[in-house]
Design a protein around this ligand. Structure first.
Ligand code: URA
Length: 230
């Protein structure tokens, strides 16, 4: 792929801007400053840098973020900043989108991608990709709430009861549960329908991918392949 094309596809500006970065010697490819924007390089497994910051080449971007509270997943947020503001400019320019949405006060694992087909695969209800949540409840977690969540609770505006799997009491007021659909405020509404109330909600895994323990709130990292998730 041409060097200009590499920077352009990875979100470093217009084609004209990318040509400029290269001819000014601000970009290095496999540690070598190359100044011809039309030179060809094999993009497979490529590490390049712009102004000294190293980037991996990915045809499609997939990243995991530890979403902090107080951020909206919407591109056009109303009350809080968007999670997009936590991303560096090249990723914002690539048009990454959150894979499903977390409420502004929900924390934890948020995937973002610019791969439309993958986004569809990860969010389509028929795919049944499990999302696991840690739920801090207002009232103690009773045996009956665990049973109710696993048997299914009927929510207002829903035709069928929604079920959780692997519901586990973790401490007096904390439970973990997995859901495979992604309805509006689903966990909060399920917990309310089962007779308790969510005080704090954190997503701890998405498919096979667990929230990395060393990923600080507000930080993100690359997911090298969708196979880490499904
Ligand atoms: N369920 C909710 O109620 N809120 C979220 O943010 C995610 C799942």
């Amino acid at each position: 792929m041409r060097l200009e094309q590499i920077l352009f596809t990875q979100g470093f500006g217009t084609r004209h801007e990318c040509r400029g970065l290269i001819s000014l010697g601000r970009a290095a490819f496999r540690s070598e400053v190359l100044r011809d924007p039309d030179a060809e390089i094999n993009e497979e497994g490529l590490l390049f840098s712009v102004d000294g910051e190293i980037w991996p080449y990915y045809e499609k971007a997939l990243i995991v973020m530890n979403k902090p509270a107080g951020y909206e997943c919407s591109q056009k947020p109303t009350h809080h900043p968007s999670v997009m503001t936590l991303l560096p400019a090249p990723l914002r320019r690539r048009g990454l989108q959150p894979v499903g949405r977390l409420d502004a006060d929900t924390t934890g694992l948020l995937l973002l991608t610019d791969d439309g087909a993958l986004l569809h695969r990860l969010t389509h209800p028929k795919r049944h990709v499990g999302k696991r949540y840690r739920v801090a409840c207002k009232h103690p977690v009773s045996e009956s709430i665990v049973q109710r969540l696993e048997q299914g609770v009927l929510l207002v505006d829903e035709k069928m009861p929604l079920m959780a799997t692997n519901v586990a009491k973790k401490s007096d007021n904390v439970l973990e549960m997995t859901i495979t659909s992604g309805k509006y405020h689903q966990v909060k509404r399920m917990i309310a329908a089962a007779g308790n109330r969510v005080e704090a909600l954190e997503r701890i895994s998405f498919g096979k991918l667990a929230l990395p323990a060393d990923l600080e709130p507000g930080k993100w990292r690359w997911v090298s392949s969708p196979s880490e998730v499904i």
